[in-house]
Design a protein around this ligand. Structure first.
Ligand SMILES: NC(=O)c1ccc[n+]([C@@H]2O[C@H](COP(=O)([O-])OP(=O)(O)OC[C@H]3O[C@@H](n4cnc5c(N)ncnc54)[C@H](OP(=O)(O)O)[C@@H]3O)[C@@H](O)[C@H]2O)c1
Length: 425
């Protein structure tokens, strides 16, 4: 193909090779939509000699970034190589060279979005990032474009497929280690799954979603997060008994004093749309003034799924270049980040306590002193000790954790307290 639109790729791995293959497999349909053929002209890799399962056209692969940046026939580049550096620097050079960029890189955008959007705008080019959050689910497009007439007040989602796969297995009785091993065996979890299971991947995604939902910068550093590594099968079992499922929930909300975005394993009431999201699927609920609530669900990862979103963004760039529509930076507000200690949450607290008279009363008193009110209590006795599970009504997080610290100094608790958030029924 010698005429038509040429695009560049930074990266030719799982996603990059899928972009190339889908563009070729669907060439006729894409040409109909775009008005001309779209082909990958250059793709940057680390090692051009490495054996690959995908087979790019001759001369496409290069290990020299300048051949992508300086190719005058390329107007759009898809960044599908990952990493923060040198990727950030490459994007800045591409913008300066007048090229728009489509990126699948949540960590880069959640850390350096402000600098990158400013640079793209300065050079009159676009930066699009649908594939960086939930792969095939078009949540970025919906938030940025379809919700313009809405005042978005909340985003609530399951945005990491690996952890949702593990939590689904744990809900069926597996323990954490076995569920993680199974996820790795099936290719849902990386060999090093740290960023998935500790919540960092989800934190980067909710930082991006909060920024576009509320038109203010929320960076990764603004997002408190914890993961699922400390969850035990007993927590899943007790949650079920209480009528909940445990999910890793990424949430962003507008509160009186500003905005909050965070990621925590959370008890979700059965019957809630997010409780039904199983396996490696993702789902995001959006709350807005005019739309009330929208839930988008689907596969949140995978080469083809991510490539589909990358190609969608490439087509949008081609379709909107030069018009100025959606090319500018949409973050026009500066809203305060509410410290997590002030955010109200309901909690599940599991304690291993002495099975002795008065223990429950002492714990209840400490909670009451911090104005945390109890919703339910379950107690199970076992050989001189008891598992005590307390669920609370919403209270500022700082007060709840002050109460937990107080409870731990009573001398009646063994081991670490197990704390989970609870979504309202
Ligand atoms: N895979 C998914 O399901 C998925 C889903 C959503 C988002 N994403 C995002 O998409 C991006 C790509 O993921 P992937 O799974 O396709 O990764 P991958 O399979 O590891 O591919 C990375 C590609 O980038 C190239 N590369 C990496 N660092 C480079 C450097 N410094 N200089 C030149 N080339 C470099 C690699 O070259 P070599 O081929 O020579 O090694 C490889 O071709 C990441 O940001 C990821 O977070 C992936």
């Amino acid at each position: 193909m010698t005429t038509g639109v040429a695009i560049g790729l930074l990266g030719y791995g799982t996603v990059g090779s899928a972009v190339d293959r889908l563009l070729r497999d669907r060439a006729t349909e894409i040409e109909r939509v775009a008005g001309s053929p779209v082909e990958v002209r250059r793709a940057l890799v680390r090692d051009v000699t490495r054996a690959r399962s995908a087979s790019p056209a001759a001369g496409v692969l290069t290990a020299d970034f300048a051949t992508v940046r300086d190719d005058p026939t390329i107007s759009v580049v898809a960044e599908v190589m990952g990493g923060v550096e040198p990727t950030r620097g490459y994007l800045l050079e591409l913008f300066a060279a007048g090229k728009s960029v489509v990126s699948a890189n949540k960590q880069l955008l959640a850390r350096h979005g402000e600098e990158l959007f400013a640079a793209a705008e300065r050079h009159g080019v676009q930066l699009r990032f649908e594939a960086s959050v939930c792969a095939a689910i078009p949540v970025v497009k919906v938030l940025r474009e379809s919700m313009i007439a809405n005042d978005v007040s909340g985003v609530l989602g399951i945005v990491n497929g690996t952890t949702n796969f593990i939590l689904t297995a744990m809900a069926a009785g597996q323990d954490y280690g076995a569920a993680l091993a199974r996820a790795q065996e099936l290719g849902y979890a990386e060999a090093d799954p740290t960023e998935d299971v500790n919540g960092a991947d989800a934190a980067a995604k909710i930082a991006i979603l909060a920024s576009i939902a509320f038109h203010t910068r929320v960076t990764l550093d603004d997002v408190p997060f914890d993961g699922i590594e400390r969850l035990e099968a007993i927590d899943s079992a007790i949650a079920r008994e209480l009528g909940y499922r445990i999910k890793l929930i990424a949430s962003a909300e507008r509160l009186a004093g500003g905005v909050t975005a965070r990621v925590h394993p959370t008890l979700v009431p059965e019957g809630h749309p997010l409780a039904a999201v199983e396996g490696s699927f993702n789902a995001v609920m959006l709350r807005g003034s005019a739309i009330r609530e929208i839930t988008l669900a689907g596969p949140g990862a995978g080469g083809d799924e991510t490539a589909s979103a990358v190609i969608g963004d490439v087509m949008t760039v081609l379709g909107t270049s030069g018009t100025g529509f959606f090319t500018h930076d949409g973050y026009f507000r500066q809203v305060a980040i509410v410290p997590e200690a002030e955010v109200p949450s309901a909690f599940y607290l599991r304690l291993d306590v002495l099975d002795a008279p008065g223990v429950l009363a002492q714990i209840a008193r400490v909670l009451a002193d911090e104005q945390v009110s109890i919703e339910s209590v379950i107690q199970r006795a076992a050989a001189g000790r008891a598992q005590l599970v307390v669920t609370t009504h919403p209270a500022p997080e700082g007060r709840f954790f002050a109460a937990v610290n107080g409870i731990c100094t009573l001398g009646v608790v063994a081991g670490e307290p197990h704390v989970l958030r609870v979504l309202p029924r």
